[in-house]
Design a protein around this ligand. Structure first.
Ligand code: ATP
Ligand code: ATP
Ligand code: MG
Ligand code: MG
Ligand code: MG
Ligand code: MG
Length: 256
């Protein structure tokens, strides 16, 4: 014990490597469910899109924006969510591991706590986990490219998955369905849905096609100024095209 008490804490702290994220850049923390292919099987998610599971993810993202003021926008699809932090924030002194771990753990514990709200008849069979990483984007233009990339991915995956599961549900094996779709273009997939299954892709629920955006709706500015209150906000979920400029024009406060 005597030996141990002689050890100076500064000496041990000196091994800690600082991983501060670059100042004045947009920080994006993307989290993704670990092995959700299996998780969705075990919990019998509807394929290709289980709306309850998406709503649960969205509710956890809302909780993140309500808890952490520095998170200003988020975009989610499937088992992933991207959280954008204010460019000039000093959340956890911009230490990557602190930021990622606090967001991932808050999201995961919210997911478990809210499970029974979205799946009242279904027992949570084992503890889900999410991984996370933080990336800095140096300009708003590049941040917008990042978000557009996630939304394009949502569209491509949804189109593929919709075709795949329609083929499987109509009696094809999974490998047959895979073979049928291999190398097909977007147009051919839309034709397959229309001709073989009478589905107009553009009429599928917008939450499946566009994913979910979560941000704060700023209430009437003048009203707040008059009452002298801090700008009041509430967190909302929308399913919209975030690739087009019009979304950002309509919500100028989001990226400020
Ligand atoms: P990893 O651990 O590498 O992320 P993963 O199994 O989670 O592996 P992903 O590429 O993240 O793989 O894909 C998530 C999978 O979870 C999807 O392919 C889909 O099968 C399933 N999934 C997630 N959300 C839903 C949902 N709302 N409805 C139906 N299936 C879902
Ligand atoms: P931070 O968010 O900065 O970590 P904190 O409130 O969690 O703030 P810590 O320095 O991590 O502060 O200290 C954890 C505190 O939690 C302790 O000071 C103590 O009050 C409380 N605590 C943790 N575990 C126990 C326990 N097993 N029994 C009683 N109190 C506990
Ligand atoms: Mg992953
Ligand atoms: Mg995953
Ligand atoms: Mg994923
Ligand atoms: Mg603590």
């Amino acid at each position: 014990m005597d030996e141990v008490s002689k050890i100076k804490p500064e000496y041990l702290r000196s091994f800690l490597k600082s991983e501060k994220l670059m100042p004045c850049t947009w920080i994006v923390v993307r989290i993704d469910g670990c092995h959700f292919h299996r998780f969705s099987d075990v919990h019998e998610f509807e394929k290709p899109n289980d709306e309850r599971a998406l709503s649960l993810m969205n509710s956890c993202a809302v909780a993140i924006l309500q808890e952490f003021e520095d998170v200003i926008f988020s975009y989610g699809v499937s088992d992933e969510y991207s959280f954008v932090l204010k460019r000039d924030c000093s959340f956890y002194q911009r230490q990557a591991s602190d930021i990622v771990s606090v967001i991932v753990s808050f999201f995961t514990s919210s997911y478990v706590m809210k499970w029974k709200v979205f799946f009242p008849q279904k027992e949570l069979k084992y503890p889900p986990s999410f991984d996370g990483r933080a990336v800095c984007y140096p300009s708003t233009e590049i941040l917008r490219d990042y978000l557009s990339w996630r939304q394009v991915d949502c569209h491509i995956n949804n189109q593929y998955n919709t075709c795949f599961w329609m083929l499987v549900k109509s009696g094809k094996s999974k490998s047959e369905a895979q073979r049928t779709l291999k190398g097909t273009q977007a147009r051919e997939k839309n034709e397959l849905l229309a001709q073989d299954f009478g589905i107009d892709y553009n009429n599928l629920p917008i939450i499946f096609r566009q994913g979910s955006s979560v941000f704060r709706k700023h209430l009437d500015e003048n009203e707040n100024r008059a009452s002298g209150d801090k700008l009041q906000t509430n967190v909302i979920v929308e399913h919209c095209n975030i690739i087009e400029q019009s979304f950002w024009n309509a919500h100028p406060f989001v990226l400020g």
